[in-house]
Write a protein of this length. Sequence first.
Length: 231
Amino acid sequence: MTSVMLATLVADGTFEGGWDTTIGDVFPELTDEIERQYVNVTLWQLVSMASGLKMQPEWSRSTGSSIIERRYAIVRANLASPPAAAVGAYHYSNVGYIVAGAMAERASGVSWEDLMRERLFTPLAMSSVGFGAPGTLAEVDQPWGHRRDSEGEWAPNQVDNLPYFGPAGTVHVSLEDWAKFVALWLPESPPAILDRRALDKLVQPTSGATLPAGVSGDTVAAGFLATTVQI
């Protein structure tokens, strides 16, 4: 879903360099303090898991009054950490998506959450979508998640990823509304948000990435439809 939103920013020129826009282009003030390998990492490398960034962010470094500021703080801290893989090689990275979301925020001046509402959820009439654990806090109006407690027993909770993690996964949505998103890729359906070429790019295998044994090229597509559906 984040990749589709980013594709709309590529399509309308918000990212002047398109998918080839680099971290250094968007955050020039960071070029002297982040790891040199990241300066020329492109938006496409971020969403196709070829940025070299590690899998999970450092959770303790989120500061700021707004979600944009907190997300930027996480980006700044994690880009100062050494790469977990070579740039261009496949390496699953939630950090990469957080960086891509922050790039969208800098380029547009709008939070990732509002961009998702304006460019994806509202046009597709996805009225059930929200961020974080579904349902009302401390009420059972939606199923709760479960996690094993210290004694190994399953315990219910209403916990999700922290808000700044959003571009890598905080969306909940009903099956009916998720189907509206999946339908974007049905060949017999006219594109509702982007033209067919822009949508198809997101689900095509990425060429040129160095993949480890056992990982197929289609795993690296930016818009692959592996997602968690919370009802």
